[in-house]
Design a protein around this ligand. Structure first.
Ligand code: ADP
Ligand code: MG
Length: 333
């Protein structure tokens, strides 16, 4: 049986891109990195717990990807360039094939974004993964914050909404999701390039982890504004559109979690740049509504009628024992 140190050395050391700004890599008491003069360091941390955030028997390769992706998504939402990550891993046993696959999924995404794993902690216990991601915002650039939206700004989302929630719904019903849909749940794409491109354009931004209504609500609260969104404009994949056309249930795109798309606000004078940005990044960008002076978030259905918007995912509220337990709170702001 390998020791903790052998597991770290064999599977977790040297993961990701090599970077000149790593002065002391994983293996010492601390890692040392060089932050460029004047740059801001963006720090974020997310934990994924077996049975809460993922099925304990999920493919470890996709889990390695997702654990990193959810953290990179927070850096994207801030407009930061990903640089270094640390990883606290709690493992129930020393299953080396599991760890090798987890490390491979992690490393693949880390390499794609020039990220280096520079240290962490490894313990035994119920399966749980905590990652702290470190990103850089250059000295002459503005971060994207949740505050800053102004009445009249357009509300934009990237990609499509509700795919991950539909895949989860199918898995909970013992159905096998289509591979594309399953990938939206298990291997989300952090919108890193979009986040950086939005620094000079967006007035506020957030990434969608808990559902559109909940996360847009946080942005609006931080900005001291309200908004109206239009269901007819929500960007839906064919799979989610088909589900809604039979059920007329809009929970998936409005309250489904795990989208990891960006939701941001753009002053009207910059709206003309969205189309070319979408083409340049190969990423769908859709205007779904407008910020206003009210303190509420309202939705209009396909007939233009005002509707009550569902809440998103919250821990500690109506908590369930399975991944994806959802609460049914309604309003916000
Ligand atoms: P210490 O006892 O000084 O805290 P550890 O024994 O916990 O050090 O870790 C030894 C080295 O291995 C450290 O450099 C640490 O950053 C690294 N390390 C431990 N766990 C991980 C991990 N899950 N991923 C990456 N590096 C790790
Ligand atoms: Mg030490």
């Amino acid at each position: 049986m390998p020791s903790e140190f052998a597991l770290i050395r064999n599977y977790l050391t040297g993961l990701g891109a090599s970077r000149d700004d790593v002065l002391v890599d994983s293996g010492d008491d601390c890692a040392l990195v060089q932050v460029p003069a004047g740059a801001s360091l963006a720090l974020t941390m997310d934990t994924l717990v077996a049975g809460v955030h993922f099925f304990a028997d999920v493919d470890p390769y996709t889990l390695g990807h997702k654990a990193l992706a959810v953290n990179l998504s927070d850096l994207a939402a801030m407009g930061a360039e990903p640089a270094w990550v640390t990883l606290a891993l709690t493992l129930p046993n020393d299953d080396q094939s599991w760890l090798a696959a987890f490390a491979a999924g992690f490393a693949n995404l880390a390499n794609a974004h020039g990220v280096r794993l520079i240290g962490g902690d490894t313990t035994q216990g119920p399966l749980s993964i905590t990652i702290q991601a470190h990103g850089l915002i250059p000295a002459d650039q503005h971060p994207l914050c949740r505050h800053g939206a102004q009445p009249g700004d357009l509300i934009v989302v990237s990609g499509t909404l509700g795919d991950a929630a539909l895949a989860l719904r199918q898995l909970l019903a013992q159905q096998i999701p289509d591979p594309w849909l399953r990938q939206r749940l298990e291997q989300p794409t952090p919108r890193i390039a979009l986040g950086q491109a939005l620094r000079p354009l967006a007035s506020a931004a957030i990434d969608l982890s808990d559902g559109l209504v909940s996360d847009l609500g946080h942005l609006l609260t931080a900005s001291g504004c309200g908004a109206e969104i239009n269901l007819a404009r929500l960007p839906l994949s064919a799979a989610v559109a088909a589900e809604i056309s039979t059920s007329n249930d809009w929970q998936l795109p409005l309250a489904g979690g795990d989208d990891y798309e960006l939701c941001f606000t753009v002053p009207p004078e910059h709206a003309g740049r969205l189309e070319s940005l979408a083409a340049q990044l190969g990423c769908q960008l859709t205007v779904i509504g407008t910020v206003d002076e009210s303190k509420t978030l309202r939705g209009r259905d396909l007939d233009g009628e005002l509707i009550t918007l569902p809440g998103g995912y919250e821990h500690f509220v109506a908590s369930g024992s399975q991944p994806g337990a959802r609460c049914s709170t309604t309003t916000l702001v």
